[in-house]
Design a protein around this ligand. Structure first.
Ligand SMILES: Nc1nc2c(c(=O)[nH]1)N[C@@H](CN(C=O)c1ccc(C(=O)N[C@@H](CCC(=O)O)C(=O)O)cc1)CN2
Length: 288
């Protein structure tokens, strides 16, 4: 359409299935002089729910996003839509939590530093000091928050203070080996992603590689999922698997698994931050 400068936005929405949803969205964009760049949608026939993600270019003036949001609210209401409209350039603010194993943290920091992952890691929290030097080298604030059964409530209150003070959009558990309380999980619902070092639902809990070795599996893997109060039960976002064989010890499996963990977690963080992930009960819909 126009040649005037444009700003790219992403509109994500979900609502009960109904006639005219796509028509209403495309008419709204046409009336606001916008070009659709790409569009993904899914209508779940089993539960009658509809999901949509549209990337579009709108006229680039500073009021564009506010105007689009104000006007889209009127389009969304009749369909009872849940929706978000965000400039593509918005970089999500991420707080990473880690314990002793640093491979997923290191991978996330490298990907964000190299521009591969469009997020800002604004803080790192750990119950150990192992990775303080790495995080400080990246110029990111590091917070040592030790956790014992007695100190867990204070530790979790400290984490929530940091989430608020750093205006965090997403908490990433990059091999953080403490179980979060029900209360913390509900405060972080839909904005905390964990990497579990197995191909769920197999080998939940601690020491999945030993469980895998004992069972004699031929694939090991990793699962990135939203954190819920039920350990390792959260909606799955991304999974990765790697071939293994009888010659691999549990330590070999853990070493092989590190690549799967880093890859699955980075993909889950990217998709979440690009607005591609919709939670539907215990499951997710990924529009990509
Ligand atoms: N509420 C939740 N908290 C956490 C989840 C989750 O799914 N829901 N995932 C874990 C990560 N994790 C597996 O992916 C995991 C971490 C820790 C344990 C565990 O049994 N921890 C022991 C302590 C271990 C230690 O101190 O090293 C415990 O907490 O008693 C199991 C699975 C992150 N949190």
């Amino acid at each position: 359409m126009g040649t005037s400068p444009q700003t790219e936005h992403v509109l994500t929405l979900d609502c009960p299935e109904a006639p005219g949803i796509v028509h209403a969205v495309s008419r709204f964009l046409l009336e606001h002089g916008s070009d659709i760049i790409d569009n993904q949608q899914f209508g779940d026939r089993r539960d009658g729910h509809f999901f949509m993600r549209v990337r579009f270019a709108a006229t680039a003036d500073e009021t564009a996003t506010g105007t689009l949001r104000r006007d889209f609210a009127a389009v969304a209401a009749p369909f009872a839509m849940r929706w978000h409209l965000e400039p593509v350039s918005t970089r999500r603010r991420v707080l990473v939590m880690v314990s002793r194993y640093g491979h997923c943290l290191n991978d996330l920091l490298f990907r964000t530093r190299s521009g591969d992952l469009p997020v800002d890691v604004v803080a790192v929290v750990s119950n150990h000091r192992d990775h303080e030097a790495l995080v400080t080298w990246h110029g990111i604030p590091f917070f040592h928050v030790p956790v014992t059964a007695a100190t867990k409530p204070d530790a979790e209150a400290r984490l929530l203070d940091l989430v608020d003070s750093f205006d965090v959009d997403l908490v990433v558990l990059a091999r953080y080996m403490q179980v979060l309380s029900d209360g913390l999980c509900s405060r972080l619902a839909g904005r905390a992603i964990n990497i579990h070092h197995s191909f769920l639902p197999s080998f939940k809990g601690a020491k999945p590689y030993h469980q895998a070795h004992e069972r004699g599996v031929k694939l090991v893997g990793a699962t990135a999922h939203y954190v819920t109060a039920d350990l390792d039960e959260g909606p799955i976002i991304a999974q990765e698997v790697i071939d293994v064989d009888h010659s691999h010890t549990p330590e070999n499996l853990a070493a092989i698994g590190r690549d799967a963990e880093s890859a699955a977690l980075a993909r889950a963080v990217r998709w979440h931050c690009e607005g591609r992930v919709f939670v539907q009960g215990r499951r997710t819909v990924i529009l990509r």
